[in-house]
Design a protein around this ligand. Sequence first.
Ligand code: ADP
Ligand code: MG
Length: 395
Amino acid sequence: MRTIDSLDVTGRRVLVRADLNVPLDGDVITDDGRIRASVPTITALADRGARVIVCAHLGRPKGKVAPEFSLAPVAARLGELLGRPVRFASDVVGDSAREIAQGLADGEVALLENLRFEPGEESKDDAEREAFAGRLAELAELYVGDGFGAVHRKHASVYDVPKRLPHAAGGLIVAEVEVLKRLTEEPARPYAVVLGGAKVSDKLGVIANLLGKVDRLVVGGGMAYTFLAAQGHEVGNSLLQKDQLDQVRGFIAEADKRGVELVLPVDVLAATEFAEDAEYEVVEATAIPSDREGLDIGPKTRELFAGKLADAATVFWNGPMGVFEFDAFAGGTRAVAEALIAADAFTVVGGGDSAAAVRKLGLPEDGFSHISTGGGASLEYLEGKTLPGLAALKD
Ligand code: ADP
Ligand code: MG
């Protein structure tokens, strides 16, 4: 992959595909991690006299203009973080975008409105997607791919535009790929992976691939209940994906065959309902009452998991250990995060919610070797898939 150093950007319009997909509460940004991660590449380009046109998506407006998904609050925050004004286009490839793009002076920065307001961005129809890509490409002379969180998407701004313009990878993508290479090509051992989050079905591919690579697989969060159920235990009202039970039984057998240590919760916080103030008690993972649901890993499990990470040399963690959005059920996620911080290892956090949890819990981001901005993207890389956005930058 070419880096931005190889592009002659001075005085030229550079379209930067960034990942600015941040969580919002109304128009308040609750976690600006992805915006901050995008700043270095934009700054580097602007400092070199580029006319920077940033494009990004927010949420899932599904091809229609939806004010609640406007990037306007992001433009304001980006301006603050860059320490320079950001001109905001009220459309993606319309009059406003064209006027602003044409009017930029050297070193100035603009942000286009949400890419996903345009049906062409995510279209499965190649012609529709390419037509939109053509209009985006017309805004600029060069393209820089830096939205790591979107590189697993075959979307116009990620996949088709770089085919139309001279292009390079931004610093964020370069850094993310370097880390993922270290996790896949001869990782230092013992290599432990901690998986959590809501759905086991989101992570089937990565589990299948990792079983051939890791020494320990630690499973917590909502997906652990499908593992517990696969072993024949009652999980009450806990999150359970019945249709995945066979697959999970296969994983358990495969882990055994390959000598991968599979570590599951031994106790959980069993709550009366899915609520912030739900009553709960600590129960054995093998004895969850039928009218309760596990919303976090219990104290014994926290210790068990921390012990499995303490002497690891490489740790990849994706997915919260419990419903960390509720303070009462954030303790398991905190314990795992603290175990990563304490470990003398190469530690990587992947996943939007996991990274947000680290910040929400007030843990030091520099306590980890790397916090990835891309959940789905890093998982698909670890699954061994070809990521369209990376492939497009390589050509
Ligand atoms: P990431 O974005 O880091 O990849 P996921 O999106 O896979 O993580 O999962 C995050 C979600 O999983 C969180 O919203 C969290 O509340 C939920 N979750 C974790 N544990 C449980 C549980 N025991 N029951 C229900 N939901 C859970
Ligand atoms: Mg998530």
